[in-house]
Design a protein around this ligand. Sequence first.
Ligand SMILES: [Mn+2]
Length: 305
Amino acid sequence: MTSCERIDIYGVPMDLGANLRGVDMGPTALRIAGIEEALASLGYEVHDHDEVELKSRVALPRDSSSAKYVEEIVKVCGRLHDIAREAMARPCLPIFLGGDHSIAAGTIAGVSRHFRDRGQTLGVIWFDAHADMNTPETSPSGNVHGMPLSALIGYGDPGMTTIGGLAPAVDPEHVVIIGARDVDDNEKRIVAESGVTVFSMKEIDILGMGEVTRRALEIAGSETDGIHLSFDIDGLDPDVAPGVGTPVRGGVSFREAHLFMELLADSGLLVAMDLVELNPVRDECNRTAEAVVHLVQSAFGRAII
Ligand SMILES: [Mn+2]
């Protein structure tokens, strides 16, 4: 189970960081798939705060810079920092429904700030097909959803790296990426020099998900006071999760993801979660959202026996 009996859900329908539109409908799809009821059925007190208000790209001038829409994204992330910090102090376990992955630059900064104010440390597990460690200089696309993790550890756009004012937001020593299989060439250099630990699909294949999760929990959880899971749905194999903007073949299977979530629940270390990059436009009758809700239940302690 988790550290808290209360779960607060926030929808963040932001698609400014992604290339394809549609992830702004992610929160709605997860609600239709029954995320609130699924968590309530496990005995949690669940509060849904509806959508965080933000501008869609329709309301903004077209941006084709090396970090598209970054000014607006930084504003939204600043608000998410405050929301996450307040939620942690409530106390509750916040779940942020994206939206594209750039929102994690705000949510994780806010959760980390809460811990730091108490002399504590936050670990991060970044479940993803990508490393999300580009900077405006290295990114081939300029899409900011490929930059939040590097921003959290101090690389990249000055607005993105200083959300909430305390930079870097997290210590790379306690950051683990799981499921990576598509890392840009220039991004590889940042990954290597940053000090984060990466368990790519190769390690998952060789070691098995059980051992990878055990090691990940050790790195993100043994010298920290809790783990923020930033779950990019594209980390799952496209056969399980077709409803994403950037599918990459050869991903984490349903069974592997279940095992990961169950072991995370067993650890008791989960303190906050992002569920991002769900794109209902690409989905088949909402089955990706339904699979995700099923997996989330495992992370919150639904046991087989
Ligand atoms: Mn991502």
